[in-house]
Design a protein around this ligand. Structure first.
Ligand SMILES: [Zn+2]
Ligand SMILES: [Zn+2]
Length: 378
């Protein structure tokens, strides 16, 4: 496309059109130029794509701002200006617009690109979700997890065909879909659904396979290896394309979604990429100063405690947290020091503490300081 038309001009709206106005304008053009209505009309097809591209940019506030400021050059390489190359992209991106217009996910006349290739297709298999429990140490380094799962795989007996001897489905006439037309407020609504008789395949198997009852798939256990990158967090997921259930009768496989579940750690609490822990220290250490050994998610380190440290003070260990999923940069560890009070004392300890009690000059809350200050001003 050498000289592109202005996107607002394409949709026939003003520069300050509302989101709803943009949507309505696009809808109108998409329906008018829809390939189902204009079979073989190249000009309509171009207009259909042009409208989708314009709407893609103007319906996205970020892309719109770029376009408003810099024109077509501003949105080059943002996924918008490049244009749509095929119908599937358009349908997968804007399917909901057609969906809410024509009532239900079925869409209009097989939106989803199917009407362009009315060849029957066996349905895609279902996606599978699994949980991957990970410790903080695994999140720190990344991990390769082997998981066992039961899923539908190709039936070995029939090789996924479901049997032998095909005849065309009489219900859908071999198309694999059935259309229902009904009149409504918006005009004619067309619902397209997968043929219930042949389940979208367009063909009926005469001699069904005994092992899979004609489904072409059977459940079995498989072991899958999943590479989890470092820095993932609770709820992140990894999609393994094609590792879900095999579709019936040679249909494509669904995906496997591996959802990250953090195992609770007895010592650390995660806060973003930082980790927080509490360390108990002796009163003598915080009073006199000293060093304590502190656990980190990868080993132990020494932490200097300055003399006069108050209980519950937070110390930061830079770079001892978890790595950022994208940059790999590690967060920090925060150590809260909690002064330990012994619940039993030896005779000697008691002796010394009693002695300390008698001689100690400083009271909590620096009261002694105020006392002294007061007496000074008197
Ligand atoms: Zn079989
Ligand atoms: Zn059928």
């Amino acid at each position: 496309m050498a000289d592109k038309r202005d996107y607002y001009e394409v949709l026939g709206v003003s520069r300050n059109a509302s989101t709803q106005q943009l949507k309505n304008a696009y809808k109108k053009l998409a329906i008018k130029n829809h390939p189902d209505k204009n079979p073989g009309d190249k000009a309509a097809e171009d207009r259909f794509k042009e409208a989708a591209e314009a709407y893609d940019v103007l319906s996205d506030s970020k892309k719109k701002a770029q376009y408003d400021q810099f024109g077509h050059a501003g949105v080059q390489g943002m996924g918008g200006g490049g244009g749509f190359h095929n119908f599937d992209d358009i349908f997968s991106q804007f399917g909901d617009i057609f969906g809410d217009m024509f009532g239900g996910g079925g869409g209009f006349g097989g939106f989803g690109g199917r009407s362009r290739r009315p060849r029957a297709e066996a349905p895609r298999g279902e996606d599978i979700q699994i949980k991957i429990p990970l410790t903080l140490q695994e999140i720190l380094k990344g991990a390769t997890k082997k998981v066992k799962l039961r899923r539908y795989n190709n039936c070995k007996t029939c090789g996924g065909k479901g049997g032998s001897g095909d005849s065309s489905c009489s219900v859908c006439g071999g198309v694999g879909q059935v259309r229902q037309t009904q009149q409504s407020l918006f005009g004619t609504m067309v619902n397209v659904t997968t043929c219930p008789e042949c389940r979208g395949r367009g063909k009926i198997i005469k001699n069904k396979c005994k092992d899979c009852y004609g489904q072409g798939r059977e459940k079995s256990e498989v072991t899958i290896s999943i590479d989890v990158p470092a820095g993932v967090a609770q709820g992140n997921y990894i999609t393994l394309r094609g590792e879900g259930n095999k579709g019936m009768n040679g249909g494509a496989s669904g995906d496997l979604l591996a959802i990250i579940a953090e195992k609770e750690d007895p010592y650390f609490e995660r806060q973003g990429n930082d980790v927080v822990c509490t360390s108990e220290v002796q009163f003598t250490t915080v009073a006199l100063g000293g060093e304590i050994r502190v656990k980190t998610i990868d080993g132990e380190v020494d932490l200097k405690i300055p003399a006069g440290t108050q209980s519950e003070k937070l110390f930061r260990l830079a770079g001892k947290g978890l790595p950022d999923l994208n940059t790999g940069r590690r967060g920090d560890q925060y150590v809260k020091v909690h002064v330990f009070t012994p619940s039993t004392l030896s005779v000697r300890e008691k002796e010394l503490l009693n002695e300390l009690d008698e001689v100690q000059e400083h009271e909590p809350g620096d009261k002694s300081f105020f006392k002294k200050a007061k007496s000074f001003f008197k």
